[in-house]
Write a protein that binds this ligand. Structure first.
Ligand SMILES: [Zn+2]
Length: 260
């Protein structure tokens, strides 16, 4: 049984027996794996802090074909504990982790690992004013790394390149935009309006760039929700997104993020 040291990020933990934990980990080179950490719930466990978002070097006893691997060590490199400091930060990090879990694969995907690691660090470092835009950008950036990015640069119907100042419609199910000639609007046109400025913002988000942040975020959350439900979780619930949306509502003290 090969023993491997794998760079890992804890996505989820749950108790297993009185003293042990099962972890779902994103590894840099072996995709998402489940591992049993015996004794991790004991007060003086050798594992130290094994909580969601913790990043470190995990010692795996890897048996290919097994669903549950055995962990024998976890050398913490970044705890990301500051993510627990406020609900929006925590909700954003939980959404990133849930997206990776819901699309989990055992294939090596170092770029996805690096995007999640950077995303958690950015959420942790953002100011309270910045954190909402950072959450949107990191989420879309992860969507792009998962291979679901909508195509924004040319019209789905006529193939024409879309100019910088053109308002278009986004067909979220097709994951593509339609120009004003092909989809002039009205009830018979597919998709929803995506003004030029919003298309530019979405394009930046897909590259993980939060700035300049949109003044109004409601339409962006609504778009993200529709897109994730259709492409990533196929209609089932996304609990962390609901948590994040209620945290944003609580923070703003208004009708919440879905003001579009
Ligand atoms: Zn067109």
């Amino acid at each position: 049984m090969p023993v491997l040291l794998l760079e890992s990020i804890v996505l989820q933990t749950f108790p297993y027996s009185e003293t042990s934990k099962i972890l779902r980990l994103l590894t840099r080179t072996h995709g998402v794996r489940s591992a049993l950490a015996r004794g991790a719930m004991r007060p003086k466990s050798k594992y130290g802090l094994l909580e969601p978002f913790a990043e470190g070097l995990a010692t795996f006893h890897l048996r290919e074909g097994r669903e549950l691997q055995t962990l024998s060590g976890f050398e913490l490199t970044r705890s990301h504990q500051a993510l627990g400091r406020n609900l929006v930060r925590f909700g954003g990090a939980s959404l990133l982790a849930e997206l990776v879990l819901r699309t989990a694969s055992e294939e090596s995907h170092p770029a996805l690992f690096d995007a999640l690691s950077a995303g958690l660090a950015h959420l942790e470092a953002a100011s309270d004013e910045q954190v909402e835009a950072v959450a949107l950008a990191e989420c879309w950036n992860l969507v792009a790394h998962l291979g679901f990015a909508p195509s924004l640069d040319e019209c789905l119907a006529c193939g024409r390149a879309i100019g910088e100042d053109e308002d278009v419609r986004l067909d979220h199910a097709a994951g593509a935009v339609l120009c004003a000639k092909c989809a002039p609007g009205g009830t018979s046109s597919p998709g929803r309006p995506l003004p030029a400025f919003a298309r530019a913002t979405l394009g930046r988000f897909l590259r993980g760039v939060a700035w300049p942040a949109p003044e109004r975020t409601g339409a962006h959350w609504a778009l993200l929700r529709r897109f994730l439900l259709h492409h990533v979780v196929e209609g089932s619930e996304l609990r962390s997104l609901e948590f994040l949306e209620s945290a944003l509502q609580e923070r703003s003290g208004t009708g919440g993020p879905d003001d579009a």
